[in-house]
Design a binder for this molecule. Structure first.
Ligand code: DP6
Length: 330
């Protein structure tokens, strides 16, 4: 095969993490990594991954350094193989990636990580992809990463094409179009026990609620997209909380059960409901980990912050506005 990439070709990119308000859980095709349901997310300004990709001669496989530590590069290679095919090179790459937030603890590091990888790797290879093509490429690393190509509000299409070509994300609104604040209660610093890929496979195989999860997803997507178009915050929050609890009902009825919550996770959920009862519109969402992400209007963020800091077991509280598209750093 001809080599069109110069040894030493390098590029850096930053992508921001995202949090789904209507969530992805379950796959149509494990090899293409196409999701069984569509999803809608918001991209977070405060949480991001910076990744450098350098194609080198002399490497016998791809190498990954994550936050300075050598890690298994198998999933990275899945994405880099597609880049190598598109650019007709045989060079392997050194990938250096750093998160500015805890890795693997339910803060969507795979979303920002694979979106940054897709952009940095294609840039290093001298390829210019559309955002839709980048979204499809990032999806091969992690389904949620397809959404982190876009800032603001992004919608992921499950798609039906056999080659995965209609399974991509697109932007619904830019972050500046509807400013919201996400207040994040960190309740644990360690890595999560069961990763999402394994967990969702297990739910599809064993939960009696999985058919209902698939059947009700399209309605949730339509309703949330309408709430976003109308800038109806209460409707958005109510739907996000409902969809999150539906996901966790699916997880809890998986065998063996996926219990991602700890005591502080549950206490924070109650604190958010108490805030609402006191007149502050705030809504929670939780992914495959113990952290609680609380959606509120920017004017209420100080009240939400104070309430979460007060919850027993909450270790740290972070804030984020909505973030931008993934972008090149060099
Ligand atoms: C609960 O995108 O991490 O955060 O495609 O197998 O890498 P893989 O899964 P991943 O799953 C995300 C699950 C979720 C919900 C969501 O982000 O939509």
């Amino acid at each position: 095969m001809s080599q069109t990439i110069e040894a030493g070709a390098t590029a850096r990119a930053r992508a921001h993490s995202n949090i789904a308000l209507v969530k992805y859980w379950g796959k149509n095709d494990a090899v293409l990594n196409t999701p069984a349901v569509g999803s809608i997310s918001i991209t977070l300004d405060a949480l991001y991954t910076d990744t450098r990709v350098t194609f080198r001669s002399g490497l016998t496989s791809d190498e990954l350094q994550l936050n300075g530590c050598r890690e298994n590069a198998d999933t990275v290679t899945r994405v880099l193989d597609l880049v190598r095919n598109a650019s007709a090179t045989t060079l392997f790459a050194a990938v250096e990636s750093a998160n500015n937030f805890p890795t693997g603890a339910g803060l969507a590091s795979s979303a920002s990580g694979f979106a940054a990888l897709a952009l940095a790797a294609t840039a290093a290879a001298g390829l210019t992809l559309t955002q839709r093509e980048l979204s499809i490429l990032a999806r091969h690393g992690s389904g949620s990463a397809a959404r982190s190509i876009f800032g603001g509000f992004a919608k992921m299409h499950a798609g039906t094409a056999a080659d995965g070509s209609d399974s991509y994300a697109e932007q619904l609104l830019a972050g500046g179009d509807w400013p919201l604040t996400i207040v994040i209660a960190i309740t644990e610093h360690g890595a999560k026990s069961i990763n999402s890929t394994v967990g969702m496979g297990s739910s599809a195989a064993s939960s009696p609620f999985y058919p209902a999860w698939l059947a009700t997803a399209p309605g949730d997507l339509t309703d949330l997209a309408a709430a976003i178009a109308a800038r109806d915050f209460e409707r958005l929050g109510e739907l996000a909380e409902y969809n999150c609890l539906k996901l966790h009902a699916l997880m809890l009825t998986t065998r063996p059960a996926l219990i991602y919550w700890n005591a502080a996770t549950v206490a924070t959920m109650h604190a958010v409901r108490d805030l609402r009862a006191s007149g502050v519109p705030a809504y929670f969402t939780i992914d495959a980990g113990p952290q609680v992400k609380v959606l509120c209007l920017p004017a209420d963020s100080a009240k939400v912050h104070a309430a979460l800091l007060n919850v027993s077991g909450v270790l740290e509280v972070r804030h984020s506005a909505l973030g931008p598209d993934a972008y090149r750093l060099d």
